[in-house]
Design a protein around this ligand. Structure first.
Ligand code: KG4
Ligand code: ZN
Length: 349
């Protein structure tokens, strides 16, 4: 749509994210400018249980969703009539948690007479990079979150192809389990990251490369090696060298992630390497990738931590791409906890 002056009218998307333990609502302009991004975290509630309890997550989303929507609109200074569309994370995620966002988004789309955009959570993590910089295609994304570890190739805008994935634990999941073994609360990734930087020496731990040429990952063996190291010390009546183990674990994870990501960039002639997901907040990974990409002449985009962990701004960025190509979807859309990324790729060019 054009204004009187001939300039294109801004596309304003209200985006809702409730797939796990953050209730977040954002207003994003043209898929790249964040006008507001409100995040209400439930971490303190779940910490007592040592992980996210799905029923508790759904209830907490219900309690705060209306407030978070109001706050996002008011912080953006946008009235509902001015919105172009309402977007929501359709999947993957916890079904009860997703449902809260989906029902809210459908109600708003209906009440305000706006198109509805069902959005893929991982596409959101990937497009968090668009909030930082213009993307070039083809590109490669290293997705490292609590539930996913994937290398995703995008030949064109919104065309996703997974070329490698974890065969067992996701990186964030491995971090959280290792953190628990080292005595830290949930979610333990940031504690392990911090402790790793305090160690003088790394405890020797294996690197899992899988078959030559494979872009897949495996972290469960490494996690078991950490648990063994902790238990062996305890059996000998010794205090485990927690800092050394944290550093050894982090170095093993980071080395494999960096090596495979760089190889994928080369093989697929990607113009950029994007980093996304909660573990992208990891200092060791950010530093190692930055150093390696600089040495190899690879353009790297690393979103700031607030756009790495779950947030609705990233959903608004991905929804914008989907909407430009495919438009809105019918209001009988349902939450889909197993929504495949590749199937969500845009269809119209
Ligand atoms: O993307 P995210 O917010 O939620 C999912 O969609 O899974 O990722 C959360 C994960 C948790 O496992 C958390 O421990 C991990 O990201 N994480 C970290 C760091 N910050 C968050 N892992 C390692 N180092 C960090 N600094
Ligand atoms: Zn996530």
């Amino acid at each position: 749509m054009k204004t009187d002056t001939g300039a294109a009218e801004p596309i304003l998307i209200l985006a809702i994210e409730t797939s796990c333990d953050e209730t977040s609502v954002a207003v994003v302009q043209d898929g790249c400018k964040v006008l507001s991004n409100i995040i209400s975290s439930q971490i303190e509630t779940h910490r007592a249980f040592g992980g996210v309890v799905p029923e508790v997550a759904s209830r907490k989303h219900v309690e705060v969703i209306t407030l978070v929507i109001e706050e996002a609109l008011s912080a953006a200074g946008v009235r509902p009539q001015e919105l172009s569309a309402v977007a929501v994370t359709q999947g993957p995620g916890l079904v009860g948690a997703l449902l809260v966002g989906v029902v809210a988004a459908k109600s708003l789309a209906l009440a305000w007479n706006k198109p509805l955009i069902g959005t893929h959570h991982i596409a959101g993590h990937i497009y968090a990079n668009r909030l930082v910089k213009e993307l070039k295609y083809p590109n490669m994304t290293l997705v490292v979150s609590g539930g996913h570890t994937e290398l995703v190739h995008m030949e064109r805008e919104g065309a996703f192809r997974i070329i490698g994935r974890t065969r067992d634990d996701a990186v964030g999941e491995a971090y959280d389990k290792v953190a628990r073994a080292l005595g830290f609360p949930y979610p333990g990734g940031p504690y392990v990251d911090r402790l790793a930087h305090e160690a003088e020496e790394a405890y020797p731990l294996p690197r899992v490369w899988l078959e030559p040429g494979s872009y897949d990952f495996s972290f469960s063996g490494l996690k078991s090696a950490v648990l063994n190291a902790v238990n062996q010390s305890k059996m000998k009546g010794l205090e485990p060298d927690t800092a050394g183990i944290a550093r050894g674990f982090q170095e093993s994870v980071v080395e494999v992630l960096v090596e495979k990501a760089v190889r994928a960039v080369r093989e697929y002639r990607a113009e950029q390497l994007l980093l996304s997901g909660g573990v992208a907040a990891n200092k060791g990974l950010r530093e190692a990738l930055t150093r390696r990409c600089a040495a190899e002449g690879i353009e790297l985009i690393v979103p700031p931590p607030v756009y790495c962990t779950d947030n609705a701004a990233m959903i608004g960025a991905a929804a914008y791409v989907k909407w430009r190509h495919d438009g809105g979807i019918p209001l009988d859309m349902v939450a889909d906890p197993g929504l495949p990324l590749e199937k969500w790729s845009v269809s119209a060019y």
